[in-house]
Design a protein around this ligand. Sequence first.
Ligand code: SF4
Ligand code: SF4
Length: 386
Amino acid sequence: MPATEDHATPALREADRQMTICNACRYCEGLCAVFPAMELRRDFSAGDLNYLANLCHDCGACFYACQYAPPHEFDVNVPVALAELRAESYRHYAWPGALSGLFDKNGTKVAIAASLSVIAFLIGFMALVDPQVLYASQTGPGAFYAIMPHNAMVAIFGAVFIYAIAAIALSLRAFWRDTGDAAVTGGSFRQAVIDAGHLRYLHGGGAGCMNADERPTDNRRLYHHFTFYGFILCLASTCLATLFHYALGWQAPYGWWNPVVVLGTLGGLGLVIGPAGLLAARRRRDPAVAAHRQSAMGIAFLWMLLLTGLTGILLLVLRATPAMGILLAVHLGFVLGLFVSMPYGKFVHGLYRFAALVQYARERSLDPETGEQGAGLKSGQKIETV
Ligand code: SF4
Ligand code: SF4
Protein backbone atom coordinates (compact mmCIF):
# COMPACT_ATOMS: atom_id res chain seq x y z
CA MET A 1 0.00 0.00 0.00
CA PRO A 2 1.65 3.26 -1.04
CA ALA A 3 1.48 6.22 1.31
CA THR A 4 -1.49 8.47 0.63
CA GLU A 5 -0.80 10.86 -2.19
CA ASP A 6 -0.93 14.20 -0.41
CA HIS A 7 -4.27 15.95 -0.61
CA ALA A 8 -5.40 14.03 -3.64
CA THR A 9 -9.07 14.12 -2.73
CA PRO A 10 -11.60 16.84 -1.87
CA ALA A 11 -12.01 15.34 1.63
CA LEU A 12 -8.27 15.64 2.32
CA ARG A 13 -8.13 19.19 0.98
CA GLU A 14 -11.13 20.25 3.05
CA ALA A 15 -9.76 18.67 6.24
CA ASP A 16 -6.42 20.36 5.57
CA ARG A 17 -8.13 23.74 5.10
CA GLN A 18 -10.13 23.42 8.31
CA MET A 19 -7.24 22.11 10.40
CA THR A 20 -5.11 25.03 9.21
CA ILE A 21 -7.80 27.46 10.41
CA CYS A 22 -8.14 25.58 13.71
CA ASN A 23 -4.38 25.58 14.21
CA ALA A 24 -4.40 29.39 14.04
CA CYS A 25 -7.45 29.66 16.29
CA ARG A 26 -6.92 26.88 18.88
CA TYR A 27 -10.04 27.80 20.80
CA CYS A 28 -11.14 24.13 21.06
CA GLU A 29 -7.92 22.67 22.40
CA GLY A 30 -9.55 21.48 25.62
CA LEU A 31 -12.41 19.60 23.96
CA CYS A 32 -10.77 16.37 22.85
CA ALA A 33 -7.55 14.76 21.62
CA VAL A 34 -7.81 16.06 18.04
CA PHE A 35 -6.85 19.66 18.79
CA PRO A 36 -3.78 18.94 20.97
CA ALA A 37 -2.61 16.45 18.31
CA MET A 38 -3.21 19.08 15.62
CA GLU A 39 -1.16 21.63 17.58
CA LEU A 40 1.88 19.35 17.42
CA ARG A 41 1.97 19.96 13.65
CA ARG A 42 2.58 23.08 11.58
CA ASP A 43 1.25 21.55 8.40
CA PHE A 44 -0.56 18.33 7.62
CA SER A 45 0.41 15.44 5.42
CA ALA A 46 -2.36 13.14 4.22
CA GLY A 47 -1.30 10.60 6.85
CA ASP A 48 -1.58 13.30 9.55
CA LEU A 49 -5.09 14.17 8.40
CA ASN A 50 -6.19 10.54 8.34
CA TYR A 51 -4.79 10.18 11.85
CA LEU A 52 -6.68 13.24 13.10
CA ALA A 53 -9.86 12.07 11.35
CA ASN A 54 -9.73 8.74 13.16
CA LEU A 55 -8.84 10.39 16.47
CA CYS A 56 -12.10 12.38 16.27
CA HIS A 57 -14.93 10.70 18.19
CA ASP A 58 -17.62 12.73 16.40
CA CYS A 59 -19.14 14.27 19.54
CA GLY A 60 -20.00 17.48 17.66
CA ALA A 61 -18.88 19.85 20.46
CA CYS A 62 -16.38 21.82 18.38
CA PHE A 63 -19.06 22.71 15.83
CA TYR A 64 -21.19 24.43 18.46
CA ALA A 65 -18.16 26.13 20.00
CA CYS A 66 -16.91 27.47 16.69
CA GLN A 67 -17.19 31.16 15.82
CA TYR A 68 -16.26 30.28 12.22
CA ALA A 69 -19.04 27.73 11.69
CA PRO A 70 -21.63 28.48 8.97
CA PRO A 71 -22.94 31.02 8.11
CA HIS A 72 -19.42 32.44 8.66
CA GLU A 73 -17.55 32.56 5.37
CA PHE A 74 -14.81 30.25 6.75
CA ASP A 75 -17.48 27.52 6.82
CA VAL A 76 -15.72 25.47 9.51
CA ASN A 77 -17.45 22.23 10.42
CA VAL A 78 -14.79 19.96 11.88
CA PRO A 79 -17.07 17.00 12.81
CA VAL A 80 -18.33 16.67 9.23
CA ALA A 81 -14.96 17.32 7.55
CA LEU A 82 -13.26 14.68 9.69
CA ALA A 83 -16.13 12.19 9.37
CA GLU A 84 -16.02 12.47 5.57
CA LEU A 85 -12.28 11.89 5.61
CA ARG A 86 -12.64 9.04 8.11
CA ALA A 87 -15.01 7.23 5.74
CA GLU A 88 -12.55 7.78 2.93
CA SER A 89 -9.67 6.46 5.04
CA TYR A 90 -11.45 3.12 5.59
CA ARG A 91 -11.64 2.73 1.84
CA HIS A 92 -8.06 3.89 1.29
CA TYR A 93 -6.43 1.46 3.73
CA ALA A 94 -8.69 -1.54 3.01
CA TRP A 95 -7.01 -4.86 2.28
CA PRO A 96 -7.00 -6.12 -0.39
CA GLY A 97 -7.26 -2.88 -2.30
CA ALA A 98 -9.41 -4.58 -4.96
CA LEU A 99 -12.21 -4.89 -2.36
CA SER A 100 -12.03 -1.27 -1.17
CA GLY A 101 -15.07 -0.48 -3.33
CA LEU A 102 -17.16 -2.43 -0.78
CA PHE A 103 -17.08 0.75 1.32
CA ASP A 104 -19.09 2.56 -1.38
CA LYS A 105 -22.85 2.24 -0.86
CA ASN A 106 -21.84 0.19 2.13
CA GLY A 107 -25.25 0.08 3.79
CA THR A 108 -26.80 -1.66 0.80
CA LYS A 109 -23.92 -4.13 0.47
CA VAL A 110 -23.99 -5.07 4.16
CA ALA A 111 -27.77 -5.57 3.97
CA ILE A 112 -27.35 -7.80 0.90
CA ALA A 113 -24.57 -9.83 2.60
CA ALA A 114 -26.71 -10.36 5.71
CA SER A 115 -29.81 -11.29 3.71
CA LEU A 116 -27.93 -13.77 1.52
CA SER A 117 -26.29 -15.30 4.56
CA VAL A 118 -29.59 -15.80 6.40
CA ILE A 119 -31.25 -17.19 3.25
CA ALA A 120 -28.31 -19.57 2.65
CA PHE A 121 -28.58 -20.99 6.18
CA LEU A 122 -32.36 -21.36 5.92
CA ILE A 123 -32.19 -23.12 2.54
CA GLY A 124 -29.21 -25.21 3.68
CA PHE A 125 -30.99 -26.40 6.82
CA MET A 126 -34.23 -27.13 4.96
CA ALA A 127 -32.37 -29.03 2.25
CA LEU A 128 -29.95 -30.98 4.40
CA VAL A 129 -31.67 -31.59 7.73
CA ASP A 130 -34.40 -34.17 8.22
CA PRO A 131 -37.64 -32.17 8.81
CA GLN A 132 -38.41 -34.45 11.76
CA VAL A 133 -35.23 -33.15 13.37
CA LEU A 134 -35.35 -29.54 12.14
CA TYR A 135 -38.90 -28.88 13.36
CA ALA A 136 -38.77 -30.98 16.53
CA SER A 137 -37.72 -29.97 20.04
CA GLN A 138 -34.06 -30.72 20.66
CA THR A 139 -32.73 -30.74 24.20
CA GLY A 140 -29.63 -31.80 26.08
CA PRO A 141 -25.93 -31.60 25.20
CA GLY A 142 -25.28 -31.56 21.45
CA ALA A 143 -28.84 -30.43 20.58
CA PHE A 144 -27.57 -27.73 18.18
CA TYR A 145 -25.28 -30.20 16.44
CA ALA A 146 -28.19 -32.47 15.54
CA ILE A 147 -29.08 -29.67 13.13
CA MET A 148 -25.64 -28.48 12.07
CA PRO A 149 -22.54 -30.56 12.89
CA HIS A 150 -20.04 -28.78 15.11
CA ASN A 151 -17.19 -29.37 12.67
CA ALA A 152 -19.16 -27.70 9.87
CA MET A 153 -19.80 -24.65 12.10
CA VAL A 154 -16.13 -24.42 13.02
CA ALA A 155 -15.01 -24.77 9.41
CA ILE A 156 -17.33 -22.07 8.05
CA PHE A 157 -17.11 -19.53 10.87
CA GLY A 158 -13.43 -20.20 11.61
CA ALA A 159 -12.40 -19.62 7.99
CA VAL A 160 -14.42 -16.41 7.64
CA PHE A 161 -13.27 -15.10 11.02
CA ILE A 162 -9.60 -15.78 10.30
CA TYR A 163 -9.90 -14.02 6.94
CA ALA A 164 -11.62 -11.04 8.60
CA ILE A 165 -8.91 -10.76 11.25
CA ALA A 166 -6.13 -10.99 8.65
CA ALA A 167 -7.77 -8.39 6.37
CA ILE A 168 -8.30 -5.99 9.27
CA ALA A 169 -4.74 -6.50 10.55
CA LEU A 170 -3.26 -5.71 7.11
CA SER A 171 -5.51 -2.64 6.75
CA LEU A 172 -4.43 -1.43 10.18
CA ARG A 173 -0.78 -1.95 9.30
CA ALA A 174 -1.20 0.30 6.24
CA PHE A 175 -2.93 2.93 8.39
CA TRP A 176 -0.23 2.76 11.04
CA ARG A 177 2.59 3.09 8.52
CA ASP A 178 0.95 6.05 6.83
CA THR A 179 0.17 7.88 10.06
CA GLY A 180 3.47 7.68 11.87
CA ASP A 181 4.82 4.12 11.83
CA ALA A 182 6.06 4.62 15.37
CA ALA A 183 7.14 1.89 17.77
CA VAL A 184 4.34 1.10 20.21
CA THR A 185 5.34 1.49 23.84
CA GLY A 186 3.67 -0.30 26.73
CA GLY A 187 2.71 3.06 28.22
CA SER A 188 1.05 4.39 25.09
CA PHE A 189 -0.82 1.13 24.54
CA ARG A 190 -2.05 1.10 28.14
CA GLN A 191 -3.15 4.72 27.91
CA ALA A 192 -5.04 3.99 24.69
CA VAL A 193 -6.80 1.03 26.33
CA ILE A 194 -7.90 3.33 29.19
CA ASP A 195 -9.07 6.09 26.82
CA ALA A 196 -10.91 3.67 24.54
CA GLY A 197 -12.41 1.76 27.48
CA HIS A 198 -13.84 5.01 28.90
CA LEU A 199 -14.62 6.55 25.49
CA ARG A 200 -12.86 9.52 27.00
CA TYR A 201 -13.15 11.76 23.98
CA LEU A 202 -16.82 11.16 23.27
CA HIS A 203 -18.01 13.56 25.91
CA GLY A 204 -17.51 16.86 24.12
CA GLY A 205 -15.12 18.31 26.69
CA GLY A 206 -17.45 17.23 29.51
CA ALA A 207 -20.83 18.38 28.21
CA GLY A 208 -21.78 15.28 26.21
CA CYS A 209 -22.87 14.76 22.62
CA MET A 210 -25.04 17.39 20.99
CA ASN A 211 -28.53 16.75 19.64
CA ALA A 212 -30.62 18.71 17.15
CA ASP A 213 -31.95 20.95 19.93
CA GLU A 214 -28.29 21.82 20.80
CA ARG A 215 -28.72 20.32 24.26
CA PRO A 216 -25.76 18.16 25.21
CA THR A 217 -26.54 14.68 26.48
CA ASP A 218 -24.20 11.80 27.10
CA ASN A 219 -26.49 9.13 25.64
CA ARG A 220 -24.32 8.19 22.69
CA ARG A 221 -21.41 7.50 24.98
CA LEU A 222 -23.61 5.32 27.21
CA TYR A 223 -25.01 3.33 24.27
CA HIS A 224 -21.54 2.97 22.78
CA HIS A 225 -20.53 1.36 26.07
CA PHE A 226 -23.45 -1.07 25.92
CA THR A 227 -22.52 -1.96 22.34
CA PHE A 228 -18.79 -2.33 22.85
CA TYR A 229 -18.94 -4.30 26.09
CA GLY A 230 -21.84 -6.37 24.73
CA PHE A 231 -19.66 -7.39 21.80
CA ILE A 232 -16.73 -8.20 24.09
CA LEU A 233 -18.93 -10.34 26.37
CA CYS A 234 -20.31 -12.25 23.37
CA LEU A 235 -16.77 -12.84 22.16
CA ALA A 236 -15.75 -14.05 25.64
CA SER A 237 -18.77 -16.38 25.72
CA THR A 238 -17.83 -17.90 22.34
CA CYS A 239 -14.18 -18.37 23.38
CA LEU A 240 -15.22 -20.03 26.64
CA ALA A 241 -17.67 -22.33 24.83
CA THR A 242 -14.86 -23.35 22.45
CA LEU A 243 -12.64 -24.13 25.43
CA PHE A 244 -15.39 -26.16 27.09
CA HIS A 245 -16.02 -28.10 23.88
CA TYR A 246 -12.45 -28.98 23.00
CA ALA A 247 -10.70 -29.04 26.38
CA LEU A 248 -13.46 -30.48 28.59
CA GLY A 249 -15.74 -32.21 26.09
CA TRP A 250 -18.79 -30.25 27.33
CA GLN A 251 -21.24 -29.69 24.49
CA ALA A 252 -23.68 -26.80 24.06
CA PRO A 253 -26.37 -25.89 24.88
CA TYR A 254 -25.42 -25.13 28.47
CA GLY A 255 -27.57 -24.43 31.52
CA TRP A 256 -28.82 -20.94 32.37
CA TRP A 257 -26.16 -20.31 35.02
CA ASN A 258 -23.27 -21.71 33.03
CA PRO A 259 -20.68 -18.89 32.53
CA VAL A 260 -20.99 -19.29 28.75
CA VAL A 261 -24.71 -18.53 28.92
CA VAL A 262 -24.36 -15.76 31.51
CA LEU A 263 -21.72 -13.99 29.41
CA GLY A 264 -23.68 -14.54 26.20
CA THR A 265 -26.93 -13.28 27.75
CA LEU A 266 -25.35 -10.13 29.13
CA GLY A 267 -23.49 -9.58 25.85
CA GLY A 268 -26.64 -10.15 23.80
CA LEU A 269 -28.57 -7.65 25.91
CA GLY A 270 -25.76 -5.13 25.39
CA LEU A 271 -25.95 -5.73 21.63
CA VAL A 272 -29.68 -5.02 21.69
CA ILE A 273 -29.75 -2.04 24.06
CA GLY A 274 -26.62 -0.32 22.70
CA PRO A 275 -27.37 -0.36 18.95
CA ALA A 276 -31.08 0.40 19.56
CA GLY A 277 -30.08 3.43 21.63
CA LEU A 278 -27.54 4.57 19.05
CA LEU A 279 -30.08 4.22 16.24
CA ALA A 280 -32.55 6.33 18.24
CA ALA A 281 -29.81 8.87 19.04
CA ARG A 282 -29.09 9.22 15.33
CA ARG A 283 -32.63 10.42 14.75
CA ARG A 284 -32.20 13.17 17.35
CA ARG A 285 -28.85 14.29 16.02
CA ASP A 286 -28.44 17.73 14.47
CA PRO A 287 -28.26 17.19 10.68
CA ALA A 288 -25.63 19.95 10.59
CA VAL A 289 -23.04 17.60 12.16
CA ALA A 290 -24.12 14.39 10.40
CA ALA A 291 -21.77 13.24 7.64
CA HIS A 292 -23.57 11.79 4.65
CA ARG A 293 -20.87 9.25 3.72
CA GLN A 294 -20.87 7.66 7.16
CA SER A 295 -24.61 7.48 7.62
CA ALA A 296 -25.75 4.33 5.80
CA MET A 297 -22.58 2.47 6.79
CA GLY A 298 -23.17 3.23 10.47
CA ILE A 299 -26.87 2.35 10.33
CA ALA A 300 -26.18 -0.97 8.60
CA PHE A 301 -23.55 -1.88 11.19
CA LEU A 302 -25.87 -1.06 14.09
CA TRP A 303 -28.67 -3.15 12.59
CA MET A 304 -26.27 -6.07 12.09
CA LEU A 305 -25.25 -5.94 15.74
CA LEU A 306 -28.82 -5.48 16.95
CA LEU A 307 -30.17 -8.40 14.89
CA THR A 308 -27.26 -10.62 15.94
CA GLY A 309 -27.96 -9.87 19.61
CA LEU A 310 -31.73 -10.16 19.26
CA THR A 311 -31.68 -13.50 17.41
CA GLY A 312 -29.11 -14.81 19.90
CA ILE A 313 -31.41 -14.01 22.82
CA LEU A 314 -34.44 -15.47 21.04
CA LEU A 315 -32.46 -18.63 20.37
CA LEU A 316 -31.50 -18.83 24.03
CA VAL A 317 -35.07 -18.40 25.25
CA LEU A 318 -36.66 -20.75 22.68
CA ARG A 319 -33.87 -23.30 22.36
CA ALA A 320 -35.95 -26.12 23.85
CA THR A 321 -38.90 -25.52 21.50
CA PRO A 322 -39.54 -26.64 17.88
CA ALA A 323 -38.57 -23.09 16.76
CA MET A 324 -34.94 -23.74 17.62
CA GLY A 325 -33.86 -25.07 14.19
CA ILE A 326 -35.13 -22.05 12.23
CA LEU A 327 -33.89 -19.60 14.87
CA LEU A 328 -30.47 -21.23 14.74
CA ALA A 329 -30.38 -20.71 10.96
CA VAL A 330 -31.37 -17.05 11.27
CA HIS A 331 -28.92 -16.35 14.10
CA LEU A 332 -26.01 -18.08 12.37
CA GLY A 333 -26.91 -16.18 9.19
CA PHE A 334 -26.61 -12.81 10.93
CA VAL A 335 -23.40 -13.83 12.70
CA LEU A 336 -21.84 -14.89 9.40
CA GLY A 337 -23.04 -11.69 7.74
CA LEU A 338 -21.42 -9.72 10.57
CA PHE A 339 -18.12 -11.60 10.19
CA VAL A 340 -18.12 -11.18 6.39
CA SER A 341 -18.75 -7.44 6.61
CA MET A 342 -16.31 -6.79 9.48
CA PRO A 343 -13.27 -5.77 7.37
CA TYR A 344 -15.42 -3.76 4.93
CA GLY A 345 -17.86 -1.89 7.15
CA LYS A 346 -18.17 0.37 10.18
CA PHE A 347 -16.64 -2.29 12.45
CA VAL A 348 -13.18 -1.03 11.44
CA HIS A 349 -13.82 2.40 12.98
CA GLY A 350 -13.08 1.12 16.49
CA LEU A 351 -9.74 -0.35 15.47
CA TYR A 352 -8.55 2.68 13.51
CA ARG A 353 -9.62 4.90 16.38
CA PHE A 354 -7.75 2.71 18.85
CA ALA A 355 -4.62 2.88 16.68
CA ALA A 356 -4.98 6.68 16.57
CA LEU A 357 -5.28 6.76 20.37
CA VAL A 358 -2.07 4.72 20.70
CA GLN A 359 -0.34 7.13 18.35
CA TYR A 360 -1.72 10.12 20.30
CA ALA A 361 -0.60 8.69 23.64
CA ARG A 362 2.85 8.03 22.21
CA GLU A 363 3.38 11.48 20.70
CA ARG A 364 2.06 13.20 23.82
CA SER A 365 4.77 11.42 25.78
CA LEU A 366 7.58 12.66 23.55
CA ASP A 367 9.86 15.42 24.73
CA PRO A 368 8.85 18.49 22.64
CA GLU A 369 12.46 19.68 22.47
CA THR A 370 14.28 16.48 21.55
CA GLY A 371 11.53 14.34 20.08
CA GLU A 372 12.75 11.53 22.34
CA GLN A 373 10.44 9.35 24.39
CA GLY A 374 9.76 11.25 27.61
CA ALA A 375 9.63 9.77 31.04
CA GLY A 376 5.86 10.39 31.28
CA LEU A 377 3.99 7.51 29.73
CA LYS A 378 6.92 5.16 30.03
CA SER A 379 6.47 5.26 33.76
CA GLY A 380 2.67 5.13 33.60
CA GLN A 381 1.78 8.81 33.69
CA LYS A 382 -1.67 9.63 32.35
CA ILE A 383 -2.31 12.23 29.68
CA GLU A 384 -4.15 15.21 31.15
CA THR A 385 -5.83 16.73 28.13
CA VAL A 386 -9.40 17.39 29.08
S1 SF4 B 1 -13.46 24.49 15.47
FE1 SF4 B 1 -13.65 26.73 15.21
S2 SF4 B 1 -13.41 27.57 17.29
FE2 SF4 B 1 -12.64 25.44 17.33
S3 SF4 B 1 -10.44 25.62 16.97
FE3 SF4 B 1 -11.44 25.27 14.97
S4 SF4 B 1 -11.77 27.33 14.14
FE4 SF4 B 1 -11.38 27.57 16.33
S1 SF4 C 1 -14.09 14.61 19.00
FE1 SF4 C 1 -15.74 16.15 19.10
S2 SF4 C 1 -14.71 18.07 19.68
FE2 SF4 C 1 -13.13 16.64 18.93
S3 SF4 C 1 -12.89 17.11 16.75
FE3 SF4 C 1 -14.34 15.42 16.91
S4 SF4 C 1 -16.34 16.40 16.94
FE4 SF4 C 1 -14.84 18.01 17.41
